[in-house]
Design a protein around this ligand. Structure first.
Ligand code: ATP
Ligand code: MG
Length: 230
């Protein structure tokens, strides 16, 4: 098992290919301090998702090292890694059940009050209380009764309850209205506070707020720095 981590992330000379002859990442070096927010940007196929896949240890055939607080992710169990590295995917998944169940999935032992507190923190409480049955409203897998923005806020509440030291977020590309966008940015600020985060960023506002912007091209880091430096 893995002791609670601070959330330092290092990639040391990481080269990785899904197919042996064509690396998806080449010689990646990253040094991220605990609590930093990292925006991963680059064209389609540049390697953004591959970086976060390796941080989650979805693949073991890595050349070089991926380190969490100096510990090689290959030296810890998948379960302990999952408890410290959380992921919010672009197609935020909602399963059939109540809104409450969907949020509580982040930490099954959470009380109703904790579920509600998490929802309040990420500004989801308001819209939830306006649903026919509030937190007990039944939603379906496809979540069609919820807007893209609402699904995102529910996934934020879920991630907040899970409270991982490192959070990975694949930002939704779907267009949302300006007001929802502002709400999501504010909620994101709360969600990321005090943890290390990697965001596959599509929105300029997210990129601007990041402590470190990492620009990828064909599996190589071509630039990194903050918004002023780049
Ligand atoms: P996008 O913006 O489209 O999500 P990305 O920057 O996330 O792109 P990656 O998914 O990391 O890019 O892909 C990097 C390279 O690895 C690409 O050449 C891609 O075709 C390849 N690749 C990604 N996933 C796989 C896979 N499961 N099997 C084989 N090749 C893959
Ligand atoms: Mg991707």
């Amino acid at each position: 098992a893995m002791p609670p981590i601070r959330g330092a992330v290092r990639f040391e000379g990481v080269t990785f290919g899904y197919e042996t002859d064509r690396p998806a990442l080449k010689g990646i070096d990253l040094d991220i301090q605990p609590g930093m927010s990292v925006a991963l940007v680059g064209h389609t196929g540049s390697g953004k998702s591959t970086i976060v896949n390796l941080l989650c240890r979805f693949y073991d055939t890595v050349e070089g090292k991926v380190l969490l607080d100096g510990i090689d992710v290959r030296d810890v169990t998948i379960e302990s890694l999952r408890s410290q590295v959380g992921i919010v995917l672009q197609d935020t998944f909602i399963f059939s059940g109540t809104i409450r169940d969907n949020i509580r999935y982040g930490r099954p032992s959470a009380s109703d009050a904790e579920v509600e507190a998490a929802a309040r923190s990420v500004l989801a409480h308001d819209f939830i209380t306006h649903l026919p049955d509030g937190y007990d409203t039944q939603v379906e897998e496809r979540g069609s009764a919820l807007s893209v923005g609402q699904r995102q806020l529910i996934s934020f509440a879920r991630a907040l309850l899970a409270n991982p030291r490192v959070l990975i977020l694949d930002e939704a590309t779907a267009s949302i209205d300006t007001e929802t966008e502002m709400r999501i940015q504010e909620a994101l600020g709360t969600l990321l506070e005090g943890r290390t985060s990697f965001i596959v960023a599509h929105r300029l506002s997210t990129i601007r707020h990041a402590d470190r912007i990492v620009v990828l091209d064909h599996g190589v880091i071509v630039e990194q720095g903050n918004h002023e430096e780049l």
